[in-house]
Design a protein around this ligand. Sequence first.
Ligand code: NAP
Ligand code: ZN
Length: 347
Amino acid sequence: MPQVTAFAAPREGAPLERTTIERREPGPLDVVIEIAFAGICHSDIHTVRGDWGDQQYPLAPGHEIAGVVSAVGSDVTRFAVGDRVGVGCLVNSCGECDGCLRGEEQNCRRGAVGTYGAIDRDGTVTQGGYSTSVVVTEAFVLRIPDAIPLDRAAPLLCAGITTYSPLRHWRVGPGSRVAVIGLGGLGHMGVQIAHALGAEVTVLSQSLGKKDDGLRLGADRYLATSDPETFRGLRRSFDVILNTVSAPLDIDAYLRLLDTNGTLVCVGAPPEPMSFDVSHLISGRRSLAGSNIGGIAETQEMLDFCAEHGIAAEIELIAADDVNDAYERVLASDVRFRFVIDAATLG
Ligand code: NAP
Ligand code: ZN
């Protein structure tokens, strides 16, 4: 088994450290990718801190991967050495169930295989993108359009698709009134994509500290949730509210902001349960929903959409040795708007 350098958590809650992990020998359908950049998603932090249950360690997170193809198996038809490619949150699925056939590999009935911390179809535990290379079956490799620099493309593979998919599913377009709660990694992509789809976009952030950035990214309004007047003034104002917050929220306060037939879509995944008053759904036929990343075809569609509209992630590029500090800053909502690891520093 080839050994590659990685940054991994040795056990739950421990700082990540430089180590080596195994990658499988490439099979006929595999693409070997030399990783150039890996985004830091809040899900990486939830996972290695045990928020979402027990994991196998050491665990190298990272499901926002951008790089260049360095080798291909004999049966690979869609990729060649030198291609600019990406890998997101999924690296395998059954390919046969109704979910997979609909292009929703994330809803595979036999269980889609996550990019890290999951059991792959060959029985090995997957390891993520905080490393120098990865081997992925061709069907789960995305093409990164030339118009998007690789470092700014990496976060699209999770933050981009996780916001694009629900905005498309709930038919956001010209005339839609959309609110995005939380201007972090997901939120700043949600604002850009909703704006590019033609919606009127409002950011609901804890403070006005990132207002200038939010407006520059395409928001029409930027309001602070710390101000009670925000909630009074926005009653029945939105068709879709996208909740990207990593912590529990007062769901009732946001349901009241939906107009008739409006939907509050939760993509933020806090470890704690949240409760709500069903009367806010009954009144105005409102919906409370969730959404999980997106399928492979839709991820390619999102990448092409971003290229066409000149959209990419806003990033702070960091060295691998700064990962633990970056985690603390993400937890403090102190990031504009995604940390991206320069894999050249993994060394
Ligand atoms: P992030 O960069 O940390 O952004 C989250 C934002 O939420 C923060 O920037 C902050 O925005 C706001 N926030 C944080 N703590 C808050 C609190 N206590 N109260 C109110 N607002 C708070 O995280 P991310 O990478 O975008 O991920 C966000 C969440 O989505 C995580 O739970 C992650 O696991 C989840 N996720 C889900 C999917 C999916 O498929 N559903 C995919 C990826 C990630 P302001 O400073 O603007 O208030
Ligand atoms: Zn993610």
